[in-house]
Design a protein around this ligand. Sequence first.
Ligand code: ZN
Length: 269
Amino acid sequence: MPEGHTIHRLAARHADLFAGDKVHAASPQGRFAEGAARLTGTVLEATEAYGKHLLHHHAGGLTLHVHLGLYGKFTDGAGEPPEPVGQVRLRLTSDRHWLDLRGPTACEVLTPPEVAALRDRLGPDPLRADADPERAYARISRSPTPLAALLLDQSVVAGTGLIFVTEALFRAGLSPTTAGRELTRAGWERLWADLVALMTRAVVSGRIDTVRDAHLPEAMGRPARVDRHGGEVYVYRRPGAPCHVCGTAVSRGALAGRNLYWCATCQPA
Ligand SMILES: [Zn+2]
């Protein structure tokens, strides 16, 4: 599933393509025909990312809400759109650009109170200037739940997925199974600042890199990581491989239905 940096990149991209323009909305597949009809002919005023949720705010007060989930994908281009291929839930067009959305978990039109309700159920997003990390710490510091599960819970922190969470815990030297209530305030402040830094960097580069300079392939004389995620990481999807810091084989275990990765030496339980 795309993590928050991808959604923030999409929000910026869609603002570049459409902000200030009158748009035509359609649902070639048909499943979003009613919603598209409500948006068509309006000006797309602004876009917004909140965690893994993408919002297009239209003149007149309606908002398009998209959650990509596991399979959702946008494509876009300039000029005349091509014939729709596959299950296009939403096609947005202006005089200048087109945008297709396929396979999202959510694609719906929200009213202002519904947008407010969506924001209320999300925790602070490290990529937003208005984020209040105290709200997250209030939940974490009272909870017996493992830190990894808390940080993956979008009502605690919004936008963090498995890669950012496993990597931030490694960089902090915290075991994923540490109970939330064992995290000190200073520990939380460092963890939050690290999430902000890692995620901000990913928005710029479009990939998730978490290793410090001393552990880059060229610094260590090791081959670069090769997988579809691209970035250089410490433990995510490296089970059995040597930890870049201490050489211990990286561990893998299941927690809350997700595969977690950690170094038992650098992140003692
Ligand atoms: Zn290690």
